[in-house]
Write a protein of this length. Structure first.
Length: 184
């Protein structure tokens, strides 16, 4: 599976999860202990929009953690995801982009976008009682990308907890969640 295909499928999955959040669930706790559902959705939507801005070479958002949410969360996320995916498709994959951590290879930035969206859609699903399961093929792809990107330094910088030990025969989505420091 190509990285852009995986990102497109992850955006589709995340849109479904984000669209399934009910207003009375916005204050619910998430596996990201520092964020409730509202704050996590603000982060997710801000990151997706900021990634598109970076891919297009535009000024980045001043604070993607404070992205204002609209009433129709699913449509808002979908719109940002569509613009970002179009921006990644138009970006030279061998070039550099700035998504907030200084210039980096576009492939690395797309990988971060993939990992962040897949992981946080699982977090939102878990917090709101939805199914956060990715297809096995997609989850396996995201896990492989995450294992190539998320090392101890990245974990410290991004506040990602250490991996959780689980059975090697666990479902791919559970393996991804565990690698990203979540208890499946």
């Amino acid at each position: 599976m190509e990285l852009l295909d995986a990102l497109s499928q992850t955006f589709d999955h995340a849109t479904k999860v984000v669209g399934g959040v009910q207003p009375d669930q916005l204050g619910a706790r998430t596996p990201c202990t520092e964020w409730d559902v509202r704050a996590l959705l603000s982060h997710m939507t801000g990151v997706v929009n900021n990634m598109g801005r970076g891919a297009r070479g535009e000024d980045l958002l001043p604070n993607m953690e404070q992205f204002p949410l609209e009433d129709d969360l699913g449509s808002q996320f979908r719109t940002g995801a569509e613009h970002t995916l179009a921006s990644w498709k138009a970006t030279d994959p061998s070039g550099n982009v700035n998504i907030g951590a200084g210039p980096m290879p576009a492939q690395a930035a797309m990988s971060i976008n993939l990992i962040d969206t897949a992981t946080h859609s699982w977090d939102v699903a878990r917090a709101t009682g939805q199914d956060g399961t990715l297809s096995d093929e997609l989850a396996t792809m995201v896990l492989g990308v995450a294992q190539g990107v998320v090392n101890d330094d990245v974990r410290k910088f991004a506040g990602i907890l250490p991996p959780i030990e689980i059975s090697t025969g666990a479902a791919p989505t559970d393996q991804l969640a565990a690698f990203m420091g979540r208890q499946p």
